[in-house]
Design a binder for this molecule. Structure first.
Ligand SMILES: [Zn+2]
Ligand SMILES: [Zn+2]
Length: 220
């Protein structure tokens, strides 16, 4: 059963993270809140802009930034509406930024959107740190699913977009997909700590340790 209300994913003294499934529950949008001023980052608002707006208001969050793990339509679909409503910045890897405006490469044509993913404010690259209050969100460039796919590491959380799923990995048959690149990105992820919470763009959460042991694409 798909929850219509945000699901608590992680909570510490410094932050709270919720998952709000969008696009008929298929895509995971994450709302990451720092706890000093309630500043929020919205990670992959793939659709359901009105519902996300409500959720953000109910959490009394002060959203500052949208971060897209990559430029596919099911991850950027509510960018424009949320940007306009809250005056948000949009951050995406520079290699995927063109997808915000090109429905052919964002695959928007197979969805019911206008293909406009809003106005990018910050072009991301490997090693960038996005500050949200006292929180630091580290950008890991993990190409393969798309050229500018990223994972986001924040404390014990690893937002993996469509690079790594619970027991699976992202497809590489869409525009810009590169299986070899994805394999080296996954290989890189295996060097990270086992206790990281894997928060993927679709399906259930996991831990990196579990995936290293059970995910057939990660096993040596
Ligand atoms: Zn994707
Ligand atoms: Zn996706």
């Amino acid at each position: 059963m798909i929850s219509k209300t945000p699901v608590l994913i992680a909570e510490t003294e410094g932050y709270i993270c919720y998952r709000r499934p969008v696009m008929h529950g298929v895509t995971n949008c994450y709302i990451l809140l720092e706890r000093v001023e309630n500043k929020a980052a919205i990670i992959d608002p793939g659709g359901d802009a009105a519902a996300l707006t409500e959720a953000i208001k109910e959490l009394e969050a002060k959203p500052e930034i949208i971060i897209n793990t990559h430029g596919h339509w099911d991850h950027i679909g509510a960018n424009k509406a949320l940007q306009q409503h809250f005056g948000l910045a949009i951050a995406i890897h520079k290699a995927d930024a063109p997808m915000l405006k090109d429905s052919a490469i964002s695959a928007a044509r197979i969805f019911a959107g206008d293909g406009d993913g809003g106005e990018v404010k910050r072009l991301l690259k490997e090693g960038d740190i996005i500050e949200l209050g006292a929180l630091e969100i580290e950008v890991l460039h993990t190409p393969g699913h798309t050229p500018g796919g990223i994972c986001l590491k924040c404390d014990k959380m690893l937002f993996t977009g469509d690079t790594l799923f619970n027991l699976s990995i992202g497809r590489t048959d869409l525009a810009g997909g590169d299986y070899k690149a994805l394999c080296s990105s996954l290989n890189r992820l295996t060097s990270l700590a086992d206790d990281l919470l894997v928060l993927p763009g679709h399906s259930q959460s996991s831990t990196l340790g579990y995936e290293k042991t059970h995910n057939p694409y990660l096993r040596p």
